[in-house]
Design a protein around this ligand. Structure first.
Ligand code: GLA
Length: 727
């Protein structure tokens, strides 16, 4: 039967497809200035033929048909890496997809969804390639949907979100890697023939060592304001993989998706396997535009309530760690309010009855208040906050459990683990098995109970402090164990959907032992994110530089903390620490009572200065001026949408004995407008070499050609300059 069908099909093919209307048809997915073009060849194969700057619509038919499969499949495409590998119900290991049809539909004014349907030539097995084109932001969101009606399940071994191909001379890849307390470092390498893989197999907290983000510069090394660059990021908090394969013809294939490693998925008939979204944008004007495209997109579609001003807060983590009581916290709340903060965030250590959480060895999972520390409960602290006119937030790590907890005693089978293996602890804790609906119910109830029993909680910090090992589920059947990595994430989203359906007004911070979980599938539920546990301002300059390549500063929590810094031991001036935190979403992580009166006074003023510039930092466009990777002096700026205001931040990373005079050549201004320049957040005690420029007025053109020029001398000198249009 199978052979007969093949023969009939072959005859059909030999008769020629020339008569089919859709041969050579252009399928153009375009935004305001990008276009992605597919064509169908005479064998009905869908080919990716172009991705780059938008063309005149009449020119798309002049694009040549390529031989590049839009979605290469194992067994029939002969490139090295397949986007899809499936073993069909009858054991056949190959998939051969041909074009069937496509549809486009508008979603509002500026989003267009294109769906291209590919079908196997023999099996009732199909893949939909789905593309959302965000017109104004020039971002394309792509995912795949796999479905079949074969008699028995099909086993999926590879299931990419996308396959993008390029035919250029050289490819330069910027990757984002790191470790705890040193996340999101950047490194650019030239791709050579063969395969390079960026990936994570950590299951949860999966961005800790590498982020699912990349910049790809075509032909030459990447530049900030010039050159063809593609930025891409996978929206998935679980294990991920982005493969870069330079083939025998020097074409580059980029294949992003869930990491298929140890995750083969048994797909039942008539169910849809939907991959995560891969988001990408192209610019002919360098990495700066790529980042701004992502930021604009994120504020509209990629983070929770991206149009809303983010609040400042004081967090007690580095102030007290686990060592606090009602009086200590009440005093911090009062100090936070006196200094001008808008919210107090109570961190780890407030819970646990039988096993009080006084360090990280026990109590996780027992979300009842520790009455020894807080006899009057959370309500009392909410009242204290309200009395002091600030909001109250609370820390939760609902996906995790210490074995020393009442929860674990009751439900030892709720954790991720395997029979006949010892418990594998990290930070003394285990992960709850979110593939299990009962566990999902419990995790939801943790948040629900905490929020409903304590009305007045305005903010939740949602933490996640370990990776997956011993990756087994007591809930999943033996044959479905490899579903765990994927089902865990679906379980997490099920909980987050329920939380957001019920608690729309709560602000939430996404945290994972620092920046272990930052992605555009999770951020739509969260107002902000914690990028690292490292609050050292010098290190933060680098980590923030890397993170803001893809994620907007408005949501990037950056806290002033104590010196010497708890992690690096470095002592930096308070002004420097503020100036770095003020370039993102300002907060504080220290004990105010230990500050000198002068420092407290400076902090109060700095917080007010932040309120004066917060609109520009949180809603303006980011322009990077001097990279900390290549300069002793680094600088960045934000420009308001109407280009009437801008804020420049500059930091000196190393002492310059004869003075550092690197000009700050600005960007993003209106060349014709006149701007008055003024230093803010000044340290009244130190001489400012900016003073001769204070109050002067320049054209935007002058500032973008000649720039601002003033010397900086001391290590950790910093300046914030405000530009205001003068009519
Ligand atoms: C993680 C977070 C920190 C803090 C601690 C509390 O490490 O990243 O900010 O909340 O947990 O245990």
């Amino acid at each position: 039967m199978y052979l007969l069908k093949k023969i009939i099909l072959l005859a059909f093919l030999l008769n020629g497809f020339e008569s089919f209307a859709n041969i050579n048809e252009n399928i153009v997915i375009s935004t305001a200035s990008n276009a992605l073009v597919f064509k169908v060849d005479k064998n009905k194969k869908l080919r990716q033929c172009y991705y780059g700057g938008k063309l005149n619509s009449s020119d798309y038919s002049s694009i040549q048909i390529s031989t590049i499969d839009a979605f290469p499949t194992f067994g029939t495409s002969y490139i090295n890496e397949a986007a899809l590998r499936a073993v069909h119900a009858d054991g056949n290991t190959s998939t051969e997809l041909v074009y069937d049809s496509f549809t486009t539909e508008k979603e509002g004014d500026s989003v267009e969804l294109t769906t291209i349907l590919l079908k196997d030539v023999y099996f009732p097995f199909q893949v939909k390639l789905c593309f959302k084109a965000y017109q104004k932001e020039n971002v394309i969101e792509q995912w795949s949907e796999i479905r079949h009606t074969e008699k028995k399940p099909v086993m999926l071994y590879n299931f990419a979100s996308s396959h993008l191909a390029f035919s250029n001379t050289n490819y330069y890849l910027t990757q984002f890697y790191g470790n705890w307390a040193e996340e999101m470092k950047m490194e650019e390498v030239k791709l050579t023939r063969g395969v390079k893989v960026l990936d994570s197999k950590l299951g949860v907290r999966s961005d800790q060592f590498a982020h699912a983000c990349f910049m790809l510069s075509l032909n030459a090394e990447s530049q900030e304001n010039a050159g063809d660059v593609i930025g891409g990021t996978l929206a998935w908090p679980g294990s991920w993989n982005i493969t870069f394969d330079v083939d025998q013809q020097n074409s580059l294939h980029v294949i992003p998706g869930i990491n298929a490693y140890a995750s083969q998925y048994k797909l039942k008939p008539n169910t849809v396997f939907k991959t995560p979204s891969f988001l990408y944008t192209y610019s002919s004007e360098g990495t700066g535009t790529v980042s701004r495209n992502f930021h604009r997109w994120a504020k509209k579609y990629g983070i929770y309530r991206g149009e809303k001003t983010r609040t400042t807060l004081l967090n007690n983590w580095e102030a007290t760690y686990f060592n606090f009581n009602e009086d200590v916290l009440s005093k911090i709340i009062k100090d936070a309010s006196d200094m001008g903060f808008e919210l107090f965030l109570l961190d780890d250590g407030w819970f646990g009855e039988k096993y009080p959480r006084n360090d990280d060895t026990q109590g996780l999972g027992d979300w009842m208040v520790n009455r020894k520390k807080l006899p009057d409960g959370i309500g009392y602290l909410i009242n204290e906050s309200n009395k002091n006119n600030i909001k109250f937030g609370i820390w939760l790590e609902p996906e995790m459990v210490n074995p020393k907890s009442e929860l674990y005693e009751k439900h030892p089978d709720w954790v991720i683990g395997q029979p006949n293996r010892a418990l594998d602890l990290q930070r003394n804790q285990l992960i709850l098995d979110l593939s299990n609906p009962k566990v999902q119910e419990y995790v939801f109830s943790v948040i629900d109970k905490t929020l409903s029993e304590n009305p007045g909680i305005a903010y939740v910090k949602w933490d996640c402090n370990r990776y997956m090992t011993n990756s087994g589920s007591y809930f999943l059947s033996a044959e479905n164990q490899s579903h765990l990595f994927i089902d865990y994430v679906h379980g997490l989203f099920n909980v987050l959907n329920r939380v957001r359906a019920k608690y729309k007004d709560i602000s939430m911070m996404l945290c994972s032992g620092g920046g272990g979980r930052i992605d555009y599938a999770t951020l739509p539920y969260f107002d902000e994110f914690w990028i690292t546990d490292n609050t050292d301002a010098l290190d933060r300059i680098f980590i923030q530089w890397g993170t803001t390549q893809f994620f907007p500063a408005m949501a990037l929590a950056s806290h002033v903390s104590v010196v010497p810094n708890g992690i690096t031991g470095r002592s930096e001036p308070l002004k420097f620490r503020f100036d770095v935190a003020m370039s993102a979403k300002l907060g504080m992580d220290l004990q105010p009572k230990d500050m000198s009166p002068d420092d407290k006074e400076f902090s109060k003023k700095a917080i007010q200065e932040y309120y004066g510039i917060r609109g520009i930092v949180q809603f303006g466009d980011l322009y990077r001026l001097l990279s900390p990777y290549t300069n002793a002096r680094t600088a960045l700026m934000y420009v308001s949408e109407n280009k009437n205001e801008a804020i420049v931040f500059t930091y000196l990373l190393k002492k310059a004995i004869a003075g550092n005079n690197q000009p700050l050549v600005l960007n993003g201004l209106d060349p014709k407008k006149m701007y008055a320049v003024s230093e803010i957040n000044r340290d009244p005690k130190s001489y400012s070499w900016f003073s001769p420029l204070e109050g002067q007025i320049f054209t935007g053109e002058f500032l973008m050609k000649y720039g601002l020029r003033f010397a900086m001398y001391n290590e950790y000198d910093s300046k914030i300059i405000k530009l205001t249009v003068r009519e």
